[in-house]
Design a protein around this ligand. Structure first.
Ligand code: PTJ
Length: 250
């Protein structure tokens, strides 16, 4: 990592995250296209004020209930997720007893192996999606994401997918899975078609999701009503309000 970013920089946190992703790209975890996806995410993060909004907290609560009560939850990991928050993915999987499966859009064996090693270095014991013997396909998808693990996403009831393309969310839903996603763009097809969309930077939101899962388990909290469309509308109006406030200051 460079030490070019002064701690006092108003956007230091966001710039550190950018550095982390570039570092992961240099280490062969992230696709070139993943850098662009991150840039898009940064723009949306700016529009939500680079903090976890009320609507995101609401979605995190709903996601925690879904993960804790799932029979067979699976966390899908791509290059960006492995580069940004591998430790937290392992922690979340342990907290809710979920499987971790590598699933790439721009698939390559080399990148899969790099991601596998990174996840193992961060404490993962079992990683699915790497053994060709166990692979099968999900219907309705043409991209490499159609290849899934027989012991993972194929049999999952709840799947956490993040920074994704909309096609897979639709295919997973058609296969009867409940889909949770982190996506900073509330208007993306993934955001619009998932069952629970957390409009937050995965780097921030995943910590809150782990804490909420632990709380839900400890306190044996009852499930809550959640309407994704209404919550997305709330998140869009939060962006509008934030921009209006900023425009008044400027
Ligand atoms: O590693 P691979 O091959 O599986 O490829 C992964 C990428 C990310 C390249 C691939 O899934 C892709 O192209 O994704 P998209 O279609 O660009 O969608 C990424 C979405 O994630 C966009 O809506 C971004 O705004 C959003 N996003 C980017 N960074 C973050 C984010 N959402 C939450 N947290 C972020 N840090």
């Amino acid at each position: 990592m460079t030490n070019l970013i002064p701690k006092s920089h108003p956007r230091a946190q966001s710039l550190y995250v950018r550095e982390r992703l570039v570092h992961a790209f240099d280490n062969g975890l992230v696709a070139k296209e993943g850098l662009m996806a991150h840039g898009r995410g940064e723009a949306f993060d700016y529009l939500i004020g680079e903090k976890t909004s009320k609507s995101a907290k609401n979605a995190i609560k709903a996601a925690a209930f879904a993960l804790v009560s799932a029979k067979y939850p699976v966390i899908s990991v791509n290059g960006n997720i492995a580069g940004l928050c591998p430790k937290e993915i392992v922690k979340l999987a342990k907290a809710v007893n979920a499987k971790i499966e590598i699933n790439l859009f721009y698939s390559s064996n080399k990148r899969k192996q790099n991601i596998l090693r990174t996840m193992q270095k961060n404490g993962a014991k079992e990683i699915l999606g790497v053994d060709k013997k166990n692979s099968t396909r999900i219907s309705g998808l043409d991209s490499a994401r159609r290849i899934i693990d027989k012991n993972g996403i194929y049999v999952a009831d709840v799947v956490l997918v993040s920074l994704e393309d909309g096609d897979r969310t639709i295919a997973l839903k058609k296969a009867g899975k409940k889909v949770i996603t982190f996506d900073l763009n509330p208007l993306s097809r993934t955001a619009q078609t998932a069952d629970i969309t957390i409009v937050d930077n995965v780097v921030r939101g995943i910590k809150e999701l782990i804490d909420t899962c632990v709380k839900v388990q400890k306190k044996k909290l009852q499930s809550m009503k959640f309407d994704n469309k209404k919550n997305l509308a709330k998140s869009i109006s939060e962006i509008r309000n934030y921009l209006e406030r900023r425009a008044k200051i400027a």
